[in-house]
Write a protein that binds this ligand. Sequence first.
Ligand SMILES: [Zn+2]
Ligand SMILES: [Zn+2]
Length: 143
Amino acid sequence: MGSIVLTSLSCFALYYTSQRLHPVYVVIGIALTLLFVAAHCFTAIINPGIPDRDTTKYTKEQIAELVRTESPRYCVRCKVVRNAWQRTVHCSTCDLCVEEYDHHCMWTGKCIGRGNLSAFYVLTISSFLLIIYTTVTALISHS
Ligand SMILES: [Zn+2]
Ligand SMILES: [Zn+2]
């Protein structure tokens, strides 16, 4: 949702500045917008690091034993043993365990973990650049 607002705003700013500024500014603006949209899609699509739910790996007795002895490390909902060194955390919003869990991103509606952390960094950096770039070009074209 936030991405749609930011993309529409940057398109509007690009259209506005295109009438007053050199086309190079518009090309840079389009490139930044495309990078932002691509990073957003990758962050939302890539598997954040959901461990395999191999329910056949443990017998009922073994699961009972895991719950008894390692309850903080065994996720009853996902039926997986969380690895402490992988910082696996159960996300209550997604109802999934995620390896190297960072946070649940409200903008993409996905967890940020091992798989999509780098795409998320590109998304944050490109969104900042896009906001700064559109603000600066709008100010330049107005003066
Ligand atoms: Zn879980
Ligand atoms: Zn989540």
